[in-house]
Design a protein around this ligand. Structure first.
Ligand code: ADP
Length: 466
């Protein structure tokens, strides 16, 4: 079974060591073979030169070959060959040794080697002298008088210095290679520890984080490498989490506050009415007040439920429908409210504007926008326009009402935000945030433009079907 080390650090250092091992082995092999080949070539060249020097001592007569007596003292060149440890011997055409000097000069001859030299003029071979326990490189050169081979000059040199050099090289490569591999593994271990330090920090910070305290940050600024980017992604994720937790908490607090208000009002009404016997009119008035608070509570709970449902599931079916007809229906349904306040409510709709979406949710949006427009307008009227642009269907709800102070404009879509939170405004402040949520879910936008005292225009855009 292949054991996979758990720590990334160990894995990195083992991988570095393995890579270095492969590199060192390949490099050593190359150096060893290259140097070995070079040394042999140099030896062969010098053997060839020695052979031609040795051949100078040969006298060739018609049919035979004779050598000066008194070798190697007879010539300075032969003397120097002897000094440098070269073995020289002279053989007749049959391969019998005629004369020679140096280590192993009178050893038995190798006939294959002679046959090759007879055919080619010269031949290289290797030979082990068992009695001397030495390996020799042998160069045989044929001596001829034109047609016939009269004999051979053989020069040999001990291969020991070459194998010794190569053995030394091998030892040096093995020691150096081991040092490189071990050093690489240790270096890899420390380098990866250094590189992974920030990851440890991220792990520690992540452990410290809980839903109660999301304020921890890594703050690893200044590094733009992979880890730096991970850290800043982590920080921005924490930022978003903290933000959404804070919003959730605010929402829960606001929701319970809002729920408590009508309940407290109901409790007060009940307390007052039950304190002593009351007249029938007083009971009736109290029941009316209670009914009003109950409606307020029901609307609030409905909105909250809708918000919760809308965000967590998409149960409502999506369908294709004519937006102009839908808006016209909402306008018709709300016109009694406008009439009650003597306001004009007009709808100018481009016919047949197909969109896809959830009709109940969208009806809720337009009911809310037009209802608000009627609620916050005392004079003039409301104009609803439905038209198309290249890619969108647009619904604009414009009123001539009180308008929204600019300081409130950017908060108007937040949950529970009301410009005038007094009890004279019966709303909960959830309508617009719900509306925006629904429109965003449909891939559209909901924006507002308003001038205080002159009126507001809410504009919805939705993706249009062509
Ligand atoms: P509410 O239930 O209070 O109407 P909304 O979310 O629908 O809640 O609206 C939030 C607040 O935005 C309102 O309380 C009101 O102050 C302001 N607002 C909304 N629509 C208009 C409008 N057409 N003109 C002036 N103010 C508006």
């Amino acid at each position: 079974m292949f054991l996979r080390p758990k720590s990334l650090r160990t894995r990195v250092s083992l991988s570095v060591a393995l890579l270095l091992l492969v590199a060192v082995v390949l490099l050593s092999l190359f150096v060893y073979m290259d140097l070995g080949g070079g040394l042999r070539r140099t030896l062969d060249d010098s053997l060839r030169m020695s052979a031609s020097v040795a051949a100078a001592a040969v006298q060739v007569s018609n049919h035979s070959l004779s050598v000066q007596p008194d070798l190697p003292g007879s010539s300075r060149e032969l003397q120097s060959l002897w000094n440098e440890g070269t073995t020289v011997r002279y053989l007749d055409a049959a391969g019998n040794t005629l004369a020679g000097f140096g280590l192993g000069w009178n050893a038995p001859t190798n006939t294959t080697n002679l046959a090759e030299a007879r055919a080619e003029g010269h031949a290289f071979s290797e030979w082990t002298d068992r009695t001397l326990d030495k390996d020799f490189r042998v160069y045989t050169q044929a001596v001829s008088n034109g047609d016939a081979v009269l004999g051979f000059v053989q020069v040999m040199r001990d291969l020991h210095p070459i194998s010794e050099t190569l053995a030394e090289l091998l030892a040096a490569l093995a020691i150096g290679g081991t040092l490189v591999v071990v050093g690489g593994a240790i270096g890899g271990f420390f380098l990866s520890r250094q590189a992974l330090k920030p990851i440890d920090k991220i792990t520690r910070t992540a452990r410290e984080i809980s839903a109660q305290d999301l304020s921890a940050r890594l703050n690893m600024t200044g590094s733009y490498d992979e880890v730096g980017r991970l850290a800043s992604t982590f920080d921005s994720m924490l930022e978003r989490l903290e933000d959404s937790f804070a919003r959730e908490r605010r929402f829960t607090a606001d929701a319970s506050h809002e729920l408590r208000t009508p309940l407290a009002a109901m409790e007060a009404i009940l307390g007052v009415i039950r304190a002593e016997p009351r007249s029938a009119e007083e009971y009736e008035q109290a029941l009316d007040d209670l009914a009003e608070e109950t409606t307020r509570l029901r609307k609030l709970v409905e909105d909250l439920l809708f918000l919760a449902r809308g965000e967590h599931s998409g149960q409502e079916a999506t369908e294709t429908f004519d937006l102009s007809l839908l808006v016209q229906d909402v306008v018709d349904a709300l016109s009694p409210l406008a009439e009650e306040k003597a306001l004009s409510l007009q709808c100018q709709a481009e016919p047949r504007l197909q969109v896809r979406g959830k009709t109940d949710s969208l009806i809720r949006v337009f009911l809310n926008l037009i209802d608000n427009a009627i609620k916050f307008t005392d004079q003039g009227g409301i104009t609803v326009t439905v038209y198309s642009t290249k890619e969108s269907a647009v619904v604009a709800v414009a009123d001539t009402g009180v308008g929204i102070p600019s300081a409130h404009l950017e908060h108007i879509f937040e949950r529970f935000h009301r410009v005038d939170p007094s009890r004279s405004n019966p709303g909960s402040g959830l309508g617009l945030s719900l509306a925006r949520q629904i429109i965003l879910d449909h891939g559209g936008t909901l924006t507002v433009k308003s001038t205080e005292g002159r009126g507001s225009t809410f504009t919805v855009t939705l993706p249009r079907l062509m």
